[in-house]
Design a binder for this molecule. Structure first.
Ligand code: HEC
Length: 304
């Protein structure tokens, strides 16, 4: 009897302990040794989520003006920026944009590589010729390619999210963008007693806290387009820049997300209708069979 009480008590203690750990995720270090990124609201989360085209355009601007100095985006072509479900630039805007880049092409008839202005079908040229050059210019760490980075980063969300996330229609797959937003806002003074060697920087959310990327952006650094009245549409702050660039990175990592979600919804709707129809047809086909019949010959039964 006594052991049972002890067991029950320790079970309750463990449950309470687990709950309180989960209840304060913002302060807790996660398994990777970085702080838990706060969960953000994203227009494209959830079954009916959609990208905000204006946000994707702003995010691209942040990438182009700031991040692309170090980060390549090798899987994205200029023309992708004009495709449905993306930032939705016009074809002529994309053509003009591509022409501002210089890309390497060749070999020509003489066997030489040459440079020419970019075309919409070209991919974004990388800022460094190779990973070694990228690492050498960044304190030994090459900046990772942006193309699928939003999908390649995540964090353990712990209690209670892992329960709610498993439910249908609330599935959450925005951990990558939560992390990117947190990372860009996570540069701060190191706590007392933490040594930060030369070439690395203290970041609250980076696993291990010491990141080779210097704080890349500050308030007011990127000037966004104004509305008709000349007023800013969104604030020009690090918080806003990082939301926008993270959204852009989510699109780059999954350019057909909106088409996928729309198709998924139609498929589920179709399956629901089909289930109803099958149920009705089954009722109809078997309606002639009385409840007490054991054989499969309704006509005989009626006759007898
Ligand atoms: C001065 C060069 C530089 C600029 C500009 C820069 N980065 Fe980085 N970034 C780096 C380097 C170097 C790393 C690799 C850090 C490491 O591994 O310690 C990195 C890593 C990252 C990572 C991955 C972190 C991880 O978990 O591995 C993200 C996300 C990121 N950068 C986002 C951005 C965004 C968004 C911008 C633009 C607002 C940006 N970076 C601008 C150099 C840069």
């Amino acid at each position: 009897m006594k052991t049972r009480n002890v067991l029950a008590a320790s079970l309750i203690a463990a449950l309470l302990g687990g709950a309180s750990l989960g209840a304060s995720p913002a302060s807790a270090e996660n398994a990777h040794g970085g702080n838990q990124p706060p969960r953000m609201k994203w227009s494209y989360a959830g079954v009916f989520g959609r990208f905000d085209q204006a946000q994707l355009q702003r995010g691209f601007q942040v990438y182009k003006e700031v991040c692309s100095a170090c980060h390549a985006m090798k899987l994205v072509a200029f023309r992708n920026l004009a495709e449905d479900g993306g930032p939705d630039f016009s074809a002529s805007q994309v053509k003009a944009l591509a022409a501002t880049y210089t890309v390497k092409d060749g070999p020509n008839d003489a066997g030489d590589m040459f440079e020419r202005p970019g075309r919409p079908a070209d991919r974004f040229p990388p800022p460094f010729p190779n990973d070694q050059a990228a690492a050498a210019a960044n304190g030994g760490k090459a900046p990772p390619d942006f193309s699928v980075l939003a999908k390649a980063r995540t964090y353990e969300r712990g209690f209670p999210w892992f329960i709610t996330d498993a439910l249908p229609f609330v599935g959450y797959s925005e951990q990558g963008v939560d992390y990117i937003h947190a990372l860009i806002n996570g540069y701060e003074e190191p706590p007392k007693g933490t040594e930060v060697p030369d070439g690395v920087h203290y970041n609250k959310y980076y696993p291990g806290h010491l990141i080779a990327m210097p704080n890349p952006i500050s308030d007011g650094q990127v000037t966004y387009a104004k509305n008709d009245k000349g007023e800013p549409v969104v604030p020009e702050t690090v918080d806003q820049y990082s939301r926008d660039v993270a959204a852009f990175m989510a699109w780059a990592a999954e350019p057909h997300m909106m088409a996928r979600k729309a198709l998924g919804f139609r498929v589920i709707l179709f399956l629901i209708l089909l289930s109803g129809l099958l149920y009705y047809v089954k009722k109809r086909v078997w309606s002639a069979v009385g409840g007490e019949v054991h054989g499969l010959q309704p006509e005989l039964h009626k006759a007898g």
